[in-house]
Ligand binder design. Structure first.
Ligand SMILES: [Zn+2]
Ligand SMILES: [Zn+2]
Ligand SMILES: [Zn+2]
Ligand SMILES: [Zn+2]
Ligand SMILES: [Zn+2]
Ligand SMILES: [Zn+2]
Ligand SMILES: [Zn+2]
Ligand SMILES: [Zn+2]
Length: 319
């Protein structure tokens, strides 16, 4: 799925540029300038649009403007800079807040320092010096970014800008988020799947700028947090305990391990009830100290529900 802020910008850009040129053309006509002068002005105007391209911005965006936060009226490079400043450990919790991106009204041109309204007129170009304040510009999110290699696009379903290219994503209305088109007919839909925190690091996934992965159960988690889980040999979804990947190779290894570890004579008639975390089936199986195998789906991702021995070492999956 596509991280936040990420591009079919060409349309908006070309419109923005054309409009500004048209304005200049009209002015030239009104003032009766010669064609040559008009052409020179055109050249100058388009030169101005490009001025400072990729040279301004912050750690988060290349852009040629700063924004005035509507929440606290202070000027920041971007909303992330604002959020980092307002929510860090030195700020009292009650003063902590996130900038409501859709409500930004004022931007300040980085080249000429002129403060201007973005709200009323769609303003991608500084009205004072004529510089383009961001090659990618989203009117809804008030997002400016010169670095279009991120392939930003605005998703109406999400209501925010995302990155990765519109052609590579679709909006799933049930999950409430943009997912990679590779998942279009294959992902298990979970109502509002993306509208919760990552079960590992607790960041709100819908607005996360890091890659998110959809587990076979439909639950979602950061790609990096999933990798970390797997490095710690944890292969069960933290939300529903289903296996997070194809475990058949691991189960085969456990088959061999169990075959090589015969239980002592006294345990041979110990039987226990297990619940399978993967398929939900319950079965009565012979107790084994290594793991218990689901009779229905062959998974070892099971937990013991009833039966002795009660001091069972493997009530949670042993993988
Ligand atoms: Zn920033
Ligand atoms: Zn300016
Ligand atoms: Zn947007
Ligand atoms: Zn979307
Ligand atoms: Zn879905
Ligand atoms: Zn996470
Ligand atoms: Zn799950
Ligand atoms: Zn099963």
């Amino acid at each position: 799925m596509s991280p936040v802020e990420g591009a079919s910008i060409s349309l908006r850009n070309s419109l923005g540029f054309e409009e500004s040129k048209e304005v200049i053309d009209n002015k030239n006509e009104r003032e009766g300038r010669s064609c040559l002068e008009g052409a020179n002005n055109d050249a100058r105007a388009s030169e101005m649009l490009e001025k400072g391209f990729m040279q301004y911005g912050c750690a988060h965006y290349r852009r040629r403007c700063r924004i005035k936060a509507p929440c606290c009226n202070e000027v920041f490079d971007c909303r992330h800079c604002h959020n980092e400043a307002k929510n860090n450990i030195n700020v009292e919790r009650k003063h902590g807040h996130d900038l409501p991106r859709h409500q930004v009204q004022q931007v300040i041109c980085s080249l000429c320092d002129t403060e201007q309204e973005v709200g009323l007129l769609v303003r991608q170009v500084c009205f004072n010096c004529g510089v383009c304040m961001g090659k990618y510009f989203c009117e809804t999110c008030r997002l400016y970014d010169d670095d279009t290699s991120k392939k930003q696009y605005h998703c109406n379903g999400c209501g925010i800008c995302r990155i990765g290219g519109r052609e590579n994503f679709f909006h799933c209305y049930k999950c409430g988020c943009c997912y990679s088109i590779l998942l279009k007919n294959s992902h298990p839909c979970v109502e509002g799947a993306m509208h919760h925190d990552c079960p590992v690091c607790f960041e709100y996934l819908f607005e996360s700028r890091n890659d998110v992965s959809v587990l076979p159960c439909g639950h979602t988690i950061h790609m990096s947090c999933l990798k970390e889980m797997q490095q710690h040999l944890q292969y069960a979804c933290p939300l529903c305990s289903k296996s997070v990947c194809d475990m058949s190779k691991v189960w085969e290894k456990l088959d061999m391990e169990i075959a090589a570890t015969p239980m002592p004579q006294s345990y041979l008639d110990k039987r226990v009830w297990i619940l399978c975390n993967d398929c939900g089936a319950t079965s009565e199986v012979q107790f084994h100290v290594v793991a218990q195998k689901c009779l229905n789906c062959k998974s070892y991702n099971t937990r013991q529900t009833r039966g002795s021995p009660t001091t069972n070492p493997s009530s949670s999956p042993s993988h």
